[in-house]
Design a protein around this ligand. Structure first.
Ligand code: GAL
Length: 438
């Protein structure tokens, strides 16, 4: 709970800073009168018509988790609703969000869409008046007493919740092929020094040390995020998003040098691979390690690969770099009754148990039956209770979408031309442009 509170404190102070920084524009948005909360809808009954669920869940564990929810829908929501699975492929939603934005701006919202808890939800869709408040639903389902207060606060704006979290993912995990490690007499690295020693041994043995698939640049941004975390620690990392840590300072330089060095150990075709194609290199043993969120564990499950190990990324033991997938009700969504019942399912114990066991994430609600989860997920559930929680950059929790876009653009340039000084100055500028620094 202590770490939950820390995260909450962090998110609240960040929101306050952003609200102050956003000045007149924000004031204008906040002045827009809010519609009264809708009467609870989607109570099990005679539901019909189409229900379009928009997400980027197309790979093994992602698709399997989503399918498990779809299977449960008719039980929870009797009727003859036809679910339309509207997916846009591309890890972390970088493609999906573009399509979603076009649809939302064009007055063509899906029934419900996947959106990260934190800045991505609030800054992009809630403060701009695009979502319906869900306070009546939360009251009816008793969720105000189920979800931790910190979760309620993060999904809420001006006292009302605007989405339903289905899971919690961890971004700072180093996954490795156990056989490759055993064959080469290696132990999983816990520090950067150990990482580079292990990487040198693997390289000498003709094995790619670190698999990377950054045809979506977020994957490299995520590796960088874990290196910043492992170098600066939780407080220093959190300070990057509040202006308390100097983006132009020597600790960030050190982290970026380490990130640069790490990139020299990745597969040469990384820019043409997706995150799961990179993971296939670990499964086949062509590569030994990859740094990725725990949706990879869902990918292993879907591919029946069990010979994997996991440790927190170098320097991040005791820190949980967190993100959460949520669903809400967009204003003007077609078939809102069917959507509301979808949200009931997404927030239910049964729904979360079925989804998360396949997805490689843990429940957002704390009352799921732990025995339903495998060894990795049980370890994640335990860590979640004790670790210091920090928000993920690459997955919408730490920074607004505009700022994330600036950072990922800078990462794209860096991956092609790894000049640390140029990169660092772009990152410092991005913080200024986000009006968090300066
Ligand atoms: C994250 C999302 C996860 C997983 C991952 C890879 O942004 O929260 O659920 O889908 O992208 O696509």
């Amino acid at each position: 709970m202590r770490s939950w509170r820390l995260w909450l404190l962090f998110v609240l102070s960040l929101s306050l800073l952003l609200a102050l920084a956003a000045g007149c524009e924000e004031e204008k948005e906040e002045a827009t009168p809010r519609a009264a909360s809708p009467t609870p809808r989607g109570t099990p009954g005679a539901l019909s018509g189409k229900l379009e669920i928009f997400s980027w869940w197309t790979t093994g564990g992602e698709a399997a988790g989503l399918e498990a929810l779809y299977k449960l829908y008719p039980d929870k929501c009797p009727g003859d609703v036809e679910i339309v699975n509207a997916t846009v492929a591309g890890g972390a939603g970088f493609n999906a969000r573009q399509v979603l934005t076009t649809r939302m701006l064009g007055g063509d919202p899906p029934g419900s869409f996947q959106v990260h808890m934190g800045h991505e939800l609030t800054d992009t869709w809630v403060t701009t008046g695009n979502m319906e408040p869900l306070d009546a639903l939360y009251e009816e389902e008793g969720w105000n007493d189920v979800f931790p207060q910190s979760v309620l606060d993060i999904v809420s704006y001006q006292g009302k919740p605007y989405s339903v979290p289905v899971n919690i993912h961890r971004a700072n995990v180093l996954w490795y092929n156990k056989k490759v490690f055993e064959d080469n007499n290696l132990k999983p690295p816990t520090t950067f020094d150990e990482f580079f020693q292990v990487a040198d041994t693997l390289k000498a043995a003709g094995i790619t040390p670190l698999a990377l698939g950054d045809n979506g640049i977020w994957a490299s941004a995520q590796v960088m995020e874990t290196v910043l975390l492992g170098t600066l620690g939780a407080d220093g990392y959190n300070g990057l998003w509040t202006g308390d840590t100097d983006w132009a300072g020597p600790e960030v330089t050190k982290a970026l040098e380490t990130f640069k060095r790490m990139l020299s150990y990745v597969n040469s075709d990384h820019t043409s691979l997706t995150w799961d194609q990179a993971n296939a290199l670990v499964i086949s043993g062509d590569a030994a390690m990859t740094i990725m969120g725990d949706w990879i564990e869902g990918d292993y499950k879907a591919k029946n690969f069990t010979d994997f190990g996991y440790v927190p990324t170098p320097g991040t033991k005791g820190i949980y770099d967190a993100l959460s997938d949520t669903f809400g009700l967009p204003k003007g969504a077609p078939n809102p009754d069917a959507v509301m019942c979808w949200l009931r399912l997404v927030g239910s114990k049964e729904g979360q148990e079925a989804f998360n066991a396949l997805k490689g994430s843990i429940c957002a609600r704390p009352d799921c039956d732990t025995s339903l989860f495998d060894a990795y997920l049980q370890s994640a559930i335990a860590d979640w209770k004790t670790d210091t929680i920090v928000p993920s950059l690459a997955h919408g929790a730490a920074a607004s979408q505009g700022w994330v876009a600036e950072i990922t653009d800078a990462v794209t340039a860096f991956v092609t031309d790894p000049n640390v000084a140029v990169f660092q100055s772009r990152l410092a500028d991005a913080c200024n442009e986000a009006k968090v620094c300066s």
